[in-house]
Every structure is written in structure tokens, then in C-alpha cells.
Design a protein around this ligand. Structure first.
Ligand code: PGA
Length: 252
């Protein structure tokens, strides 16, 4: 199947990695130099590693942040602004990951403010949405996703972003929705964002939650899946490369 857009394979390292982990970036860069990817590749390491990874990534991989503060600067101990991420070498930032929503009480209006911050700093945001297990079991999945999309995307003008559908119950658990369930949610997101603003129709929709080398190709071959947001399996170059290669195999 020919894909509408070039896929985006994004790695979310979460709170993992030390300076020595740059060897993983170097291994990916070397492999992509030898055989170019048929996907855009992004790694979002902890903020402490962004500058070093941006140097090691050359232009083969984009580097992103995992979160940012809504404001540009100020008395917010421990926080990092979108401008600081950009200054360190980031081109992307994950916004509204479920771990931020869960452990840092980020609600839809905080997420909306952080999206605006990303655009202000000229970063490309990856907005995460997804339901908990309880919400899926009560049939509330699509309503929850609508609330998250509407809350984040009210009044965005012509700004560009990517959206990651990440069922909370699939993150780090080894469980994934069925392919039919992914198709249903991605199709729904596509229709919903198109109705919010026609310019959002071409937005890349990523799937995230227990993507690994074994399941990546089947997921990435689905019509409305334009890439993946990968946690655990992005930490090792070999696994992440296998997923990057699966994106190429899924588009032929
Ligand atoms: P996982 O995490 O691939 O380890 O399930 C995905 C994510 O949280 O982005």
C-alpha cells in the first residue's frame, strides 16, 4: 500500500539514558547512513541529553523534548521552556503524554497552553491522546479522545502538529489494541480533527503503546497510521532500527 505521508518513527526515552547512551544514537545514525530510512526518525531523550544527542544525530535523526513549560522563562524551578529545548537542539516536543497527565495532573487546558508554547518556539509538537482501561471498558474511548482533542486544539489557527494515539493501558504493558480497534480510533481522530480545522486533515497520526519489532509492521501498514511513538523498544538501537525498517516494509 502506498502511504499518504512519509511515516514518522518517534522514540520516547522517558526517564532513561545517560551520556554514554549516545552510542545508541551513533549506531542508528551509522545504520541510516548505510541504508537510508523510508521514514522520518525522531528520538526524545531526557532533557539532559538533548544537546549531546543533537550533535551525535547530525541530520539523520531529529531530536525532541518530552514536555515543556507553557511560558518562555521565569521562576518555575525545575521546569524547561520550549525555547530552551529549541536552543539545546530539539526540533520536536511531546505534549500531553499520559504519564504527564497522570503524574503531573496535566489537564486539557494545560496541554493546550503547552502546545501553544511549542509553536511559539517553532517546535513541532506531538500531542498524545488516549483512554484508560476503565474508559475503554465502559465504552468511553471515543468520547475521551474527543474531549482531549477539542480541549487541546481549540483555536490553533494553521499550526502544524502530529497526534499520537496511545491507549494508557497499552503503554509499557505488552498489550496492544487489535488492529481493528486502532483503525477505528485513528479514523475517528482523522474525522474529528478535519472537522475542527480543514488544515488538520493531513496531520500525521502515530500509534503508541507497546510497539515492538514483532508488531510494528502490521500496525504501520494500517491506512490511517502514519507512524509510531515507541517507548521501551526505542532504547536499544537494534530494536528501534527494526521498527524503522518495518515502517519501510509497511509502505511497499
Ligand atoms: P511503550 O511506551 O512503547 O513502552 O509502551 C510508549 C509511550 O509511552 O510513548
Amino acid at each position: 500500500m502506498t502511504k499518504r505521508t512519509r511515516p514518522l518513527i518517534a522514540g520516547n526515552w522517558k526517564m532513561n539514558g545517560l551520556r554514554q547512551s549516545a552510542v545508541e544514537i551513533e549506531a542508528i545514525v551509522a545504520a541510516l547512513r548505510a541504508e537510508p530510512a523510508e521514514a522520518d526518525v525522531l528520538i526524545c531523550p531526557p532533557a539532559t541529553l538533548i544537546a549531546a544527542f543533537a550533535d551525535a544525530a547530525e541530520d539523520a535523526i531529529a531530536i525532541g523534548g518530552q514536555d515543556c513549560h507553557a511560558l518562555e522563562k521565569g521562576a518555575f524551578t525545575g521546569d524547561i521552556s520550549a525555547e530552551m529545548l529549541a536552543d539545546a537542539g530539539a526540533s520536536h516536543v511531546i505534549i500531553g503524554h499520559s504519564e504527564r497527565r497522570q503524574y503531573h495532573q496535566e489537564n486539557d487546558s494545560v496541554v493546550a497552553a503547552k502546545l501553544k508554547a511549542a509553536w511559539r518556539a517553532k517546535l513541532h509538537p506531538i500531542l498524545c491522546v488516549g483512554e484508560t482501561l476503565g474508559e475503554r471498558e465502559t465504552g468511553a474511548t471515543l468520547a475521551i479522545i474527543d474531549r482531549q482533542l477539542d480541549g487541546a486544539l481549540a483555536d490553533i489557527g494553521s499550526a502544524k502538529l502530529s497526534i499520537a494515539y496511545e491507549p494508557v493501558w497499552a503503554i509499557g504493558t505488552g498489550k496492544t489494541p487489535t488492529l481493528a480497534e486502532i483503525v477505528e480510533v485513528h479514523g475517528h481522530i482523522r474525522r474529528r480533527i478535519s472537522s475542527l480545522d480543514a488544515s488538520l486533515k493531513e496531520t500525521r497520526l502515530l500509534y503508541g503503546g507497546s510497539v515492538n519489532p514483532a508488531n510494528a509492521q502490521a500496525i504501520l501498514a494500517l491506512g490511517d497510521v502514519d507512524g509510531a511513538l515507541v517507548g521501551g523498544a526505542s532504547l536499544k538501537a537494534a530494536d528501534f532500527l527494526a521498527i524503522i525498517r518495518a515502517a519501510g516494509a509497511a509502505t511497499v
